[in-house]
Design a protein around this ligand. Sequence first.
Ligand SMILES: Nc1nc2c(ncn2[C@@H]2O[C@H](COP(=O)(O)OP(=O)(O)OP(=O)(O)O)[C@@H](O)[C@H]2O)c(=O)[nH]1
Length: 243
Amino acid sequence: MTQTNLSPHSTTDVAADDEGVPVSAKIRERLTAQQRRFFANDNIADVIRPGELDALLDEVEEKMQAVLESMVIDTEADHNTRSTARRVAKMYLQEVFRGRYTAPPAITEFPNAEHLNELMIVGPITVRSACSHHLCPVMGKIWIGVLPNQNTNVIGLSKYARLVDWVMGRPQIQEEAVVQLADLIMEKTRPDGLAIVMQASHFCMSWRGVKEMNSKMLNSVMRGVFLKDPSLRREFLALIPKD
Ligand SMILES: Nc1nc2c(ncn2[C@@H]2O[C@H](COP(=O)(O)OP(=O)(O)OP(=O)(O)O)[C@@H](O)[C@H]2O)c(=O)[nH]1
C-alpha cells in the first residue's frame, strides 16, 4: 500500500500530469461532468481536492494583479497596493466567500427527548454577505423561528449562527439567500414549521448607484405550519423585537 504524508492543503499533491492547466479549469470540469450548477451562491467544496484551494489562491491573486494593472495602478511603486492582489484573493476565498469553498459546519443533533413542541426563536443573527451583482457588502440580521415536533432533531443555538454564516458567505441575492438557509435548516432539523426574517442594508445602494443611505430590504420565508397557521405566523412576527 502506498502512503502519502501530504498535509490536506499542500500544493504538492495536486496532480502533476495536468500541469499548466489552471486549477479553476480542473474544478469547473468536474462540476460540468457531474452536471452541477456552480452559481455564485453555490457551495463547491466537495469537488475541491486537497491542495487545490492554495493553488486557487495563487490563481485569483494573479488575475487580481492583472485587474489592478488594467486599472492603471502602479503596484510596484505604490507601497499601499503592492500586496493588494494577494490580500483581495485571500479575502474572497478564505473570508467573505468562504461559504462557497468550505464544507458545511458540523452540526450536533440531539433527540427531542422532552418532546418540545413550542415555538423557539433565535436572533438577531448577524448577516455578512455580498450581492452577486456588484460584490458589494450586504450587512444585516436574521431571526429564525422553529416549531419542533417529536421527531425533530434539536440543534445547538450557536449552530443556527454557523449555518447563517456558511450560507451568507457567498455572493448572494437576499431572496435566494433566505430560501437556501430555510432548505438547509429544514433538512438538518425536520421541524413542523420554520420561519425566517432577514433585514439587510445593501452597500450597492448606499456606497454607489442611487446612494440611498437608509433603505433596507426585509424579506421572509415560511415553511410548514407557518404557512398554514396565520396565528402562529403573527406570534412569530410579534415576538421579533422592532428596533
Ligand atoms: N432583488 C434584489 N436586488 C438586489 C439585491 N442586491 C442588489 N440588488 C439590485 O440589483 C440590481 C442590479 O442592477 P443593474 O441594473 O444590473 O446594475 P446597475 O446598472 O449597476 O444598477 P444601479 O445599482 O441602479 O446603478 C440593482 O438594482 C441592485 O440594487 C438583492 O439581494 N435582491
